[in-house]
Design a protein around this ligand. Structure first.
Ligand SMILES: [Zn+2]
Ligand SMILES: [Zn+2]
Length: 521
């Protein structure tokens, strides 16, 4: 029997964790962080104690309560002593054959590192590259062990909790990639920026099948490179999962090809995202390019461009705008590191600009010590690429700085001159915490007299000329379903799954998933 159980991500945007079962075989589709549930209890500076592994995550409902799904070292003594498993609706999942990751956004892979390390991960080379860069450059809790991990020891005494033993062995997780990765990326995968003696890396394998089930993968257009839709051949027929997608981006053709090819499978079920199912329209990246170019041309001083760092398409737009206005694009070291990793993994599929000779410079902020990945970046690039705050301060009209809220205090060191601007080319605030940050960002913008372009606060998304969503609009989503013509459609990643019912009433059966309740095929 085949069943699909949305363990998380039903009736909300993100946190997708979907279990697909076919007579004993089990696959997970994504294993992301549910920001809505997490935000009920936690915020930036109030986080679950990592020294107690999964304890808080399970207790507070951030992870599905399967006692055999997670890394054994993360199930600490406290979990047992405090009777964690008696306080939640504990279940057992048994062997899981793999987790298919759709793309490298945290709401799709952010909880991956909690999973047992013998569960293989399936994704595109670009998704592996982004996950790897996130781990290499992450700090503290953000340095999640997506790609490589070090088993912890439980320490008791005055300090009690998980600890990384000195000289411990580090291992890579088993990754299965949707296409053959370029050699350059393979060799990067087998080495770490910090010299670790006990690093045991494993070769990539192919993502053609998992536990005897045939898999197909299709690149789709989204606001991060490497986004993949999956199809799994079950004993009831093909099950297709879109991940997040759109059709209006530079690689909209990917999504259209996916629809054509998925239709040929005559799927029994389509699990589809519905973030913007109630939106009518989507602007295009060309419109964003025009608006940004016009804005930059208006100013002779500093330009700050604020956009999602993993959004290479948007970076390419600002790079083009920088070229046309005689400026350099100044990016942060972590974004430079990410770009390099992506460039190595991309092959010829998508365009990733090289750091050298492309009009890109790297911002080298004041710091009392540099992380090892920064040192390795510095060593691997020409010295002329690096620009410090004092240089930017002297030549503000020469740069478009790619900063966001989290780097905004760099303005204090650059001290923008008159006629400077801030272009907000990102998703506007949609919850209370983001609104507080947006207010704070506005204070910085006002404090330094920057002209603001784009919308910081919730607004009619369709009318922001400085940002295009990574998600298809309602009419585009319905067209995708009509193109694929599955027997059943299961909307996830949306607060409005019911919006699918009326427009698709003559096309297929719409099943509104409930968290934890299996849908039988
Ligand atoms: Zn998402
Ligand atoms: Zn996404």
């Amino acid at each position: 029997m085949v069943s699909i159980t949305v363990l998380d991500g039903a009736g909300c945007i993100g946190g997708n964790k979907i279990l697909l079962e076919d007579s004993g075989n089990k696959l997970l589709l994504d294993f992301g962080t549910n920001f809505l549930q997490t935000g009920l209890y936690y915020e930036e500076y109030l986080q679950p104690k990592s020294c107690q592994g999964i304890y808080e995550h399970i207790l507070m409902g951030l992870l599905p309560p399967y006692r055999d799904l997670y890394r054994p070292d993360f199930i600490t003594k406290v979990c047992e002593d405090f009777g964690l498993w008696d306080q939640v609706d504990t279940k057992e999942i048994g062997e899981v054959d793999g987790v298919l990751i759709s793309h490298a956004h945290v709401d799709h892979l952010g909880s991956l590192h909690f999973l047992r390390t013998d569960i293989p991960i399936y994704c595109s080379p670009l998704t592996a590259a982004i996950s790897r860069a996130l781990q290499d450059t992450g700090k503290g809790s953000t340095a999640a062990e997506y790609c490589y991990y070090t088993p912890r020891e439980y320490l008791q005494g005055d300090c009690e909790g998980l600890q990384t033993p000195r000289n411990a062995e580090t291992y890579t997780r088993q990754y299965h990639l949707t296409s053959k990765p370029p050699e350059e990326f393979v060799s990067q995968w087998h080495s770490l920026p910090q010299e670790k003696k006990n690093f045991n890396s494993t070769d990539f394998k192919s993502a053609d099948s998992c536990a005897g089930l045939t898999l197909k993968s299709y690149p789709v257009d989204h606001s991060v490179y490497g986004a993949t839709a999956w199809a799994v051949e079950t004993s009831s027929g093909w099950v297709v999962y879109t991940g997040d997608l759109r059709t209006a981006g530079h690689y909209g053709e990917f999504t259209r090809r996916f629809v054509e090819e998925a239709a040929r499978l005559k799927p029994v079920a389509l699990i589809i995202e519905g973030t913007r199912v109630n939106s009518e329209r989507t602007a295009t990246e060309d419109q964003v390019r025009e608006s940004c170019l016009t804005a930059v041309k208006n100013h002779s001083g500093l330009i700050v461009a604020d956009f999602g760092p993993r959004n290479v398409e948007r970076l390419l737009i600002f790079l083009e705008v920088a070229r046309q206005t005689g400026r350099n694009l100044l990016i942060l070291p972590k974004d430079a590191y990410l770009l390099e990793m992506m460039r190595k993994a991309a092959g010829n599929d998508v365009l990733v600009p090289p750091l050298e000779d492309s009009g890109i410079k790297i911002y080298w902020e004041y710091e009392s010590r540099r992380d090892s990945w920064k040192k390795s970046l510095r060593e691997s690039c020409d010295n002329s690429l690096f620009v410090g705050p004092a240089d930017v301060r002297k030549n503000q009209g020469d740069f478009i700085c790619c900063f966001s809220f989290w780097d905004i205090n760099e303005l204090a060191y650059i001290k923008p001159v008159d006629d400077s601007a801030y272009i907000f080319s990102s998703c506007e605030a949609f919850n209370e915490e983001m609104k507080i940050d947006a207010d704070r960002l506005k204070h910085w913008i006002d404090r330094f007299n920057l002209r603001l372009y784009g919308k910081l606060l919730e607004s009619d998304q369709d009318s922001d000329p400085f940002h295009v969503s990574g998600h298809a609009s309602g009419p585009e989503l319905f067209e995708i379903v009509e193109g694929i013509r599955p027997k059943k459609v299961i909307p996830v990643h949306t607060e409005r799954p019911c919006d699918y019912e009326q427009p698709l009433r003559d096309v297929c059966e719409v099943i509104i998933p409930e968290k934890g309740t299996p849908v039988l095929l």
